[in-house]
Design a protein around this ligand. Structure first.
Ligand SMILES: C[S@@+](CC[C@H](N)C(=O)[O-])C[C@H]1O[C@@H](n2cnc3c(N)ncnc32)[C@H](O)[C@@H]1O
Ligand code: SF4
Ligand code: SF4
Length: 342
């Protein structure tokens, strides 16, 4: 999927490259107030929830991008519904997800799980099993710690509701991973054991954990070897799988952020942002999807300007780090692109 982009950046093709992964924020409203939330300031400024029809129209445009721009390479494959705020707070979120499945996108959802029951109850079994996965962020399976971290704004008990909803989603045939950010609060033996047990009790697939990024200190929580060993031992003891990706830690070999042409964010306030870590930062905004057609400004003047001016040496650790390193390798040695010739 990145080879089309490598070809473009190495001057081997002049055809524009369509993004392969899209994040769509359905709303900036949230029913929790996690103390670490990296979109808190953005949400407070733009409490937007676009109408369902806006999302249906956007998904249709993404599905028909090739027809709109026949002279292009690549294709939009994945849509990840996330936030902004909490996606399931959108009153029609289940319909938006169903439409993405109907238009044959590979769908993932990142959620706090509070209203996951709506999706589980409304999707047909055939569609439910086509969802790639749903990541439910809980951080802790111990009630007090859960609330200390996530500070629910609801009248009902969130952790109990989330557990019940995960069970419903699993019964509906959906792959669910329980997610947590590692931090001081949740790295004791008791906390980690409770998280693994929650996976087992709910029938979720695995535990997906990664370190929290502290916005104040600009430091990523250190996952020591001792902690890694502890996690591994508890996984073995409880017989539950886990995933602890460390892509963000790989050293940066690039100064330009190449993935800006492969992965983009459609924020709930209309911003099309080409950096997943900078919702609300207009220096990464290339247009407005609520007012314009993204297919008309993709890889246009503003997009190229952002690509050419951002210096990644000032960037926080980020998800596309691994992909950027892979593309930089191609740029440094374009003979690697010969891999595509049979
Ligand atoms: C902003 S949330 C929106 C989706 C949903 N409300 C949820 O919490 O899953 C999207 C993702 O950002 C992650 N996130 C938020 N703040 C973070 C931080 N400071 N460090 C690392 N990840 C963070 C959350 O863990 C979540 O997986
Ligand atoms: S639930 Fe998600 S969007 Fe809401 S405060 Fe927590 S991390 Fe942020
Ligand atoms: S943080 Fe920097 S390198 Fe990462 S996605 Fe954003 S602009 Fe690109």
């Amino acid at each position: 999927m990145h080879t089309d982009l490598s070809n473009y950046l190495c001057g081997k093709t002049i055809l524009p490259v369509l993004p392969s992964s899209i994040d769509i924020d359905m709303t900036n409203v949230c029913n929790q107030d996690c103390y670490y939330c990296n979109s808190a300031d953005f949400r407070a400024k733009f409490l937007d929830t676009p109408h369902v029809d806006k999302f249906i129209d956007l998904i249709d445009k993404l599905a028909e991008w090739r027809t709109h721009t026949p002279l292009s390479t690549g294709t939009v494959r994945n849509i990840n519904f996330t936030g902004g705020g909490e996606p399931t707070v959108h009153p029609q979120y289940h319909k938006i997800i169903e439409h993405a499945l109907d238009r044959n996108f590979l769908v993932t959802l990142i959620t706090n799980g509070s209203k996951l029951d709506k999706l589980a109850k409304n999707l047909s079994p055939e569609k439910a099993q086509r969802i790639i996965w749903i990541g439910v962020d809980v951080d802790s399976a111990v009630s007090k710690t859960y609330e200390d971290i996530r500070q629910s704004l609801t009248t009902y008990n969130m952790l109990d509701r989330v557990k019940a909803n995960i069970k419903l989603a699993v019964q509906a045939g959906i792959n669910v991973d329980i997610k947590g950010l590692l931090m001081e609060h949740n790295t004791t033996e008791e906390e980690i054991t409770a998280l693994f047990k929650m996976v087992k009790d709910t029938g979720a697939r695995q535990l997906h954990i990664r370190p929290m990024y502290d916005l104040q200190t600009k430091k990523i929580f250190e996952v020591t070897d001792k902690l890694k060993n502890k996690i591994q031992a508890i996984s073995k003891l409880t017989d539950v799988k886990y995933n602890l990706p460390e892509n963000r830690k790989e050293p940066r070999t690039y100064t330009k952020c190449h993935q800006m042409f492969l992965y983009t964010i459609f924020a709930a306030n209309g911003d099309v942002n080409v950096c997943c870590e900078s919702r609300g930062d207009r220096s990464f905004t290339i247009g407005n999807w609520l007012e314009e057609d993204v297919r008309d400004f993709w890889m246009g003047k503003r997009h190229m300007q952002v690509y050419n001016t951002v210096n990644t040496m000032q960037c926080p650790p980020c998800k596309p780090n691994k992909m950027n390193n892979i593309i930089q390798k191609d740029i440094d040695n374009s003979s690697l692109l010969e891999r595509q010739i049979m």
